[in-house]
Design a protein around this ligand. Structure first.
Ligand code: NAP
Length: 256
């Protein structure tokens, strides 16, 4: 066995596309990848917020790309913008996502389509566009999809979200099967209950909030900082032999 002194988590010189880079988990993961050495192509719908400053503080570049992933129309433009600015792509983090809550008996077609379009359809077509570029570069690459506890569990009142996130887990496996031979790692991170805008309604409901914390072995909501290590690992050479895995980062929720 050859012992290497090279840091396997070093991402210096790599280029990462992060969707939904302006808020919550996406902002945290963009910053963590920059801290590990990546230039960040940050995709946002309404502007990148504080993320350019967080990335600049690490000494890495931030490329600002605006796109509404409710449709797949911007997919080619995102890849083109990354290539124009950076010349290559190494990592895609498919993070942008939405949730709609309603009893299944009342669930509206619009709330089905909106979630499926952002959380599943755009995820697939962005992965396809990134993988085509990895093949063209003959470089391999890393695709990290953001799944959920509802990739493993049913949940309540979130029919389209559960369907989409369960789909993300399956899609992650399928893409790994097809692309692992090309040196492309496709994996997912399944965050547990994280304190972001996505979960404001749950945290503001005192009863749900108490029930959720009471069931998390770690005894607290997660934060975007909890995803820093996992996202860097899955973007780095340290995970070169990890394919099709959905990594729960959940304070132990699923083991309960
Ligand atoms: P968040 O704070 O609501 O952030 C969601 C991000 O997605 C925002 O940047 C948002 O942009 C972007 N986005 C939504 N719709 C978009 C669209 N049509 N086009 C482009 N960008 C769009 O929520 P978060 O918790 O950080 O969620 C990030 C990911 O983690 C999502 O996939 C979510 O499902 C997943 N997740 C979250 C949790 C949790 O507990 N928070 C748990 C499991 C999984 P705008 O600011 O413009 O809306």
């Amino acid at each position: 066995m050859v012992f290497s002194t090279v840091n396997p988590f070093d991402l210096s010189g790599k280029v990462a596309i992060v969707t939904g880079c302006n808020a919550g988990l996406g902002a945290g993961m963009a910053t963590a990848l920059a801290q590990a050495g990546c230039d960040i192509v940050g995709v946002s719908r309404r502007g990148p917020g504080n993320t350019p400053a967080s990335v600049a503080a690490t000494g890495r570049r931030f490329i600002d790309v605006r796109a509404d992933l409710a449709s797949i129309a911007p997919v080619e433009d995102i890849v083109r913008a990354a290539l124009e600015a950076c010349g290559r792509i190494d990592v895609l983090v498919n993070n942008a996502g939405i949730i709609r809550r309603c009893d299944a008996l009342e669930f509206a077609p619009d709330d089905w389509d909106a979630v499926m379009d952002v959380n599943l359809k755009s995820v697939f077509f962005l992965a396809q566009a990134a993988a085509r570029q990895f093949v063209k570069q003959q470089s391999g690459g890393k695709i990290i999809n953001i799944a959920s506890m509802l990739s493993f569990q049913g949940g309540v009142r979130v029919a389209s979200y559960t369907a989409a996130k369960s789909g993300v887990l399956g899609l992650t496996r399928l893409l790994a099967n097809e692309w692992a031979p090309r040196g492309i790692n496709v994996n997912a991170i399944a965050p547990g209950y994280m304190a972001t805008a996505n979960t404001t309604a749950l945290r503001e409901d005192a009863e749900r909030n108490e029930a959720i914390i009471g069931r998390i072995p770690a005894g607290r909501w997660g934060t975007s900082a909890d995803l820093a290590g996992p996202v860097v690992f899955l973007a780095s050479n340290a995970s070169d032999y990890v394919h099709g895995h959905t990594l729960a980062v959940d304070g132990g929720w699923l083991t309960r």
